[in-house]
Design a protein around this ligand. Structure first.
Ligand SMILES: [Zn+2]
Length: 314
């Protein structure tokens, strides 16, 4: 738990300690008259979230709000909803069915994570459908004296929202801006299968930039304007676009040599390490590589390129 200084002074970050790693995956407490938890981390680390809430003096939560349904963001939603039977769970309309019946979500994650599933994610509890509030673009969660507004931001996933806190101007970006760890200070894209779409992702980052938020809070990890290389929201957005575009060049260059995902991944790893090692120490490179795997990013990116290049059937 860390108190945050500055304008968004009353937003509290809980470190979910996902995989036992510190400051990689966050959940955020936003308090009006009612209390919202933005993001939940996976079920495997729900005890850390419960301790973080207790430490902050939060006895009950009214809203569990997730930017999207990937397990590092929403995996504990069902578990927390059981803990607080009055709480509502807010999610993008396309994500909602997967929270009520997580079987497809689980199977899709298994294709990426294989045998590591249980240890990484710890299972997933469904959210009863009558507990879900489906959000569409622009819709608002009223916390009493404070609101969270859903901002449609597809790209990382089709069903992705950022959430804008009207009271502090803080924008919870989920994975729309990729990953930026405060102790590393460099952006890394997050382009997983099956839904990643480059044009949508860049469009969403531009949309976030145009919102002119006071601060942007990445789930991985925290506000961009703190840490070793602080970035304003506009800088963080520009950097995210640059970093996505560079990966896109690498993936396309790798694809010119081979269509094999392993070969393209090796190509991207070489290019990326070369670029990272010019500005980061080995510890920082390792930290960044804890966040999103090369093979996952490359397979999501290749899938997006294939989809964009497939002949239209309509
Ligand atoms: Zn995600």
């Amino acid at each position: 738990m860390q108190s945050e200084s500055g304008k968004a002074t009353d937003i509290l970050t809980i470190d979910t300690g996902m995989r036992g790693d510190q400051a990689i995956t966050g959940a955020f407490i936003v308090r009006g008259e009612k209390t919202a938890l933005v993001e939940t981390g996976p079920k495997a680390t729900v005890d850390n979230v419960l301790s973080g809430l207790a430490e902050a003096g939060v006895e009950s939560i009214d809203w569990i709000v997730v930017t999207h349904i990937h397990l590092d963001h929403a995996g504990a939603a069902g578990t927390l909803a059981r803990r607080w039977p009055e709480a509502r769970v807010a999610v993008h309309e396309l994500g909602a069915p997967h929270l009520t019946d997580p079987s497809k979500l689980w199977a899709s994650a298994r294709r990426i994570y294989g045998d590591a599933m249980e240890e990484l994610w710890g299972g997933i509890d469904p959210v009863p459908s009558d507990r879900i509030t489906v959000l569409s673009d622009g819709e608002v969660i009223a916390l009493g004296g404070r609101t969270l507004r859903a901002v449609e931001t597809p790209g990382h996933a089709r069903h992705h929202h950022a959430l804008l806190d009207d009271s502090t101007g803080a924008l919870f970006a989920g994975d729309a801006l990729g990953v930026r760890l405060p102790d590393v200070g460099i952006n890394r894209p997050a382009t997983p299968p099956p839904e990643f779409d480059l044009d949508q992702a860049i469009g969403s980052i531009k949309r976030i930039r145009d919102l002119d938020a006071e601060s942007v809070w990445l789930t991985h990890f925290g506000p961009s304007d703190r840490g070793v290389n602080p970035a304003t929201p506009a800088e963080a957005c520009d950097e995210a676009i640059e970093s996505l575009s560079r990966w896109d060049e690498w993936v396309r260059a790798g694809l010119k040599q081979s269509r094999e995902p392993e070969a393209v991944t090796r190509f991207v790893v070489e290019r990326s390490r070369e670029a990272l090692e010019s500005s980061l120490g080995p510890r920082e490179v390792d930290r960044l590589e804890l966040t999103t795997s090369y093979s996952m990013n490359v397979s999501g990116h290749m899938r997006a390129i294939d989809r964009a290049e497939a002949p239209s059937t309509s």
